[in-house]
Structure formats: structure tokens, C-alpha cells
Design a protein around this ligand. Structure first.
Ligand SMILES: [Mn+2]
Length: 314
């Protein structure tokens, strides 16, 4: 397993800092991309990374529209665009794409100002705060069955293209893994949901982004699920929490409820060859900008902790 980073802001100085942490794997989107990610633009972004001695290991993420997730008009041409983007990424040698199946709204928290260790800023999701939230009514009933049907439809068109292009697909859990929220169903909320996803097309290209924070939020056994999904884990997010759904707060990686060393042992035991990146971290008092879990210092601290776990476990 190799440690990777999202670079925010995407500057040469920050790329160089990653290399100084001995992080050589970069997780990024293509800046200013159109509906189809252009091959030459992909190539130049890749060269910008490689010219600094790094590599572009994962695309996180090519957006998937609500037309596709909800089965609305226009989805077929948008799926065609997604497939052409996969071909272009494959031609450029990018091996893994992360995506999610959250409709209408994505990652959600009810507070970004929770105080964690030393009054560092962290985030919380508390479902009781959402009980009176106005329901979403713009798209008709958004049921779990509707999301499942559209996901199956999508995968049956996309996975054969991904296989041909050599680009593995890693589905990220819904965050929070809870259904419904404001009347909008969510489906990627349990380990069993992933068994169903894989059953649609049993291919190693039809896999997971194993986001540890969300598996923790589901109440899943983290080492057991890493073993269960071993051949389908293409990318991992390292994160921890206090609590689980319906209420949890994010924590420093060395301060949450999980046994993170056991998680690292599990990745090693399955021979995980992909990359793992620190996911959200709390914001330190001396950090210059509070960017909702992606401040640089928090992730620098996380990389040191991850490196120590990797060195110290067997
Ligand atoms: Mn994640």
C-alpha cells in the first residue's frame, strides 16, 4: 500500500511538499474539464505531476449527474460522455477512478465547527438536526429502488468500457451512510450494499473506494470488511470518527474510536496494492485556511501517523 494525497491548492509548491513527505501518489481531478475530459488536457496534467517526480494514481472524481443517478432525460448521452472520459483516462495510463452514487446532495454535515482535541475544528453529522429539514421535491420520489435500478443500468454500460480501457472503478460510500435524508434515499450505506453492487457485474473493475470513515459510520467491522472486499478495493480513504450513524463527529486519525493499526494490518494482509489517502482531518489553530477537512497541516500530521503505522505493523 502506498500513501497518496489530494493537493489543495494544486500548486507546484504543494506537489513538492508531498514529495518531501515521500508521498509520490497524487489523487486529483482534471482542472477546468468539460463534459468529456480531453485526452491532451489529461496528458498535460499528468505530465505536470510526473515532471515533479510524482504520479497521478487516482481520479477523484469525474462528476456523475443527477440525470444519470435518477434516470432522467439525457442520461444516455451523459453516460456516453463518462465512457469516453474513461477511454481517454485509460489511454493516458490513469489506473483508478473513484465515484459516488449520492443523488441531489453529496457529502453532508450538520456542523463544521465542532471542537475536537485541543479545540481543533472538526465536523459533525447529527440526524436529529435534519428531522425538520424541508424535503426535496424537485425530482419526484427518490426511492432506494430507483437508485438501485439506475446504478445497475449505469454499471452495465460503464464496466465493460472500464475493462477495455484498463481503468478500475471504485464506488465511494454515501456520506453519511444513512437513508433517507430530506426525503432523498441513499443506497450505499452498508457492506451488504457493496455485495449487491458487485453482483450486478462481477468484475475486478467493478470495485470500491474503501472509505474507512464511512465504514466506521455504518458500524461495520473494519478489518473484516477489508478482508471481505479484498480483490475489489482499488482505493482507500483513511479517516476516523467518534460515534456512528445517526450521530458522529470526525476526529484526528490517532484519536477516534477505531483501531487504526488493525486496519493497516488488514490492508497488508490482503496485499493491498492501491493507494490510501488521508481523508478529512480536523483543522489546526495555526492553519491558514479552514477548507473543511482538507487543510494541509492536518493532512501532513495524518501522513506522519500513517507512515508510522505502516512501519510499525506487520
Ligand atoms: Mn471518503
Amino acid at each position: 500500500m502506498r500513501i497518496a494525497l489530494v493537493i489543495r491548492p494544486f500548486t507546484d509548491e504543494n506537489l513538492q511538499t508531498a514529495l518531501q513527505m515521500d508521498v509520490k501518489d497524487i489523487v486529483t481531478v482534471l482542472p477546468n474539464a468539460g463534459p468529456v475530459w480531453d485526452y491532451l488536457a489529461i496528458l498535460r496534467h499528468k505530465k505536470r505531476i510526473e515532471d515533479q517526480g510524482l504520479r497521478w494514481s487516482v481520479v477523484e472524481s469525474v462528476p456523475i449527474s443527477d440525470n444519470i443517478k435518477l434516470g432522467l432525460e439525457g442520461r444516455d448521452s451523459e453516460i456516453d460522455n463518462y465512457c469516453q472520459t474513461i477511454r481517454n483516462l485509460g489511454a493516458a495510463g490513469i489506473p483508478v477512478m473513484c465515484y459516488n452514487w449520492m443523488a441531489v446532495f453529496g457529502w453532508m454535515r450538520t456542523s463544521m465547527t465542532t471542537r475536537t482535541r485541543g479545540n481543533a475544528l472538526a465536523s459533525t453529522y447529527d440526524h436529529s438536526d435534519m428531522e425538520n429539514a424541508p424535503p426535496v421535491t424537485d425530482y419526484g420520489d427518490i426511492t432506494e429502488e430507483r437508485l438501485w435500478e439506475n446504478l445497475e443500468y449505469f454499471l452495465k454500460r460503464v464496466i465493460p468500457v472500464a475493462e477495455e480501457a484498463g481503468v478500475k472503478q471504485g464506488l465511494h460510500p454515501d456520506d453519511p451512510p444513512l437513508s433517507p435524508i430530506r426525503g432523498v434515499a441513499r443506497i450505499i450505506t452498508s457492506p451488504e450494499a457493496y455485495d449487491r453492487v458487485i453482483s450486478f457485474i462481477p468484475s475486478e473493475y467493478n470495485g470500491l473506494t474503501y472509505c474507512q470513515g464511512n465504514f466506521k459510520a455504518m458500524g461495520a467491522d473494519i478489518p473484516a470488511t477489508i478482508h471481505h472486499f479484498k480483490d475489489h478495493i482499488h482505493f482507500a480513504h483513511f479517516r476516523d470518527l467518534h460515534g456512528q450513524v445517526p450521530t458522529f463527529s470526525e476526529s484526528f486519525h490517532d484519536d477516534g474510536d477505531s483501531d487504526m493499526a488493525e486496519a493497516v494490518r488488514a490492508y497488508k494482509a490482503i496485499g493491498f496494492k492501491g493507494v490510501i489517502r488521508p481523508d478529512h482531518t480536523p483543522t489546526f489553530a495555526i492553519d491558514q485556511d479552514d477548507v473543511g477537512g482538507y487543510n494541509f497541516l492536518g493532512r501532513l500530521y495524518a501522513v506522519g501517523y500513517m507512515r508510522g503505522l505502516i512501519h510499525g505493523t506487520d
